[in-house]
Design a protein. Structure first.
Length: 169
């Protein structure tokens, strides 16, 4: 796992094409352009700019040259908050192997030790039991339910909300 690079646009495009159906129930409806190298290159560029500004941290999980997962710390807020949101997915062919759990634990260590963050939050659809298990295994606690939180798969959907306080780990 490492921070995404501009040169990762082809691998990221291939991963999204390969996982389009797998990710559809868990993500917003995407325009066709989203699945192009140009879109992914632009997204990587904006996320790397956010990294430079201290407000984001985009990571790719690789098996050789193949991108098999994407993890993002986004919306990093400094000052007294020192918090970020975590989002992630793992390639359909690599689920159930503990990769997300291992990656999230590593991200939490990095967030605490290198980024100096205090709190990470994450949300899952109510029926996303796999992601809930990943978060709980990594030390997140369930803090509530947000009604109609995000527009996923074309409709506003409720989400379970989780947080982990890094300095209690």
């Amino acid at each position: 796992m490492r921070i995404l690079r501009h040169s990762d646009a082809p691998a990221l495009t291939a991963a999204y094409e390969r996982n389009r159906e797998h990710l559809a129930p868990w993500e917003p409806v995407r325009p066709d352009e989203y699945y192009t190298q140009a879109w992914q290159a632009g997204d990587i560029a904006s996320r790397l700019a956010a990294t430079e500004a201290g407000s984001g941290y985009p990571l790719g999980l690789f098996c050789g040259a193949t991108l098999v997962g994407r993890f993002n710390l986004a919306g990093i807020v400094r000052g007294p908050f020192q918090s970020a949101g975590l989002g992630y997915w793992v390639d359909a062919g690599f689920t159930g192997r503990g990769l997300a759990s291992a990656a999230v634990k590593t991200i939490l260590e990095t967030a605490r030790d290198e980024l100096g963050l205090h709190r990470i939050e994450a949300g899952t659809l109510l029926n996303n039991i796999g992601s809930q298990k990943v978060l709980l295994k990594a030390g997140f606690e369930h803090i509530g339910v947000a009604p109609r939180y995000l527009k996923i798969a074309g409709s506003w959907q409720d989400h379970n909300l989780y947080q982990v306080i890094l300095h209690e780990q």
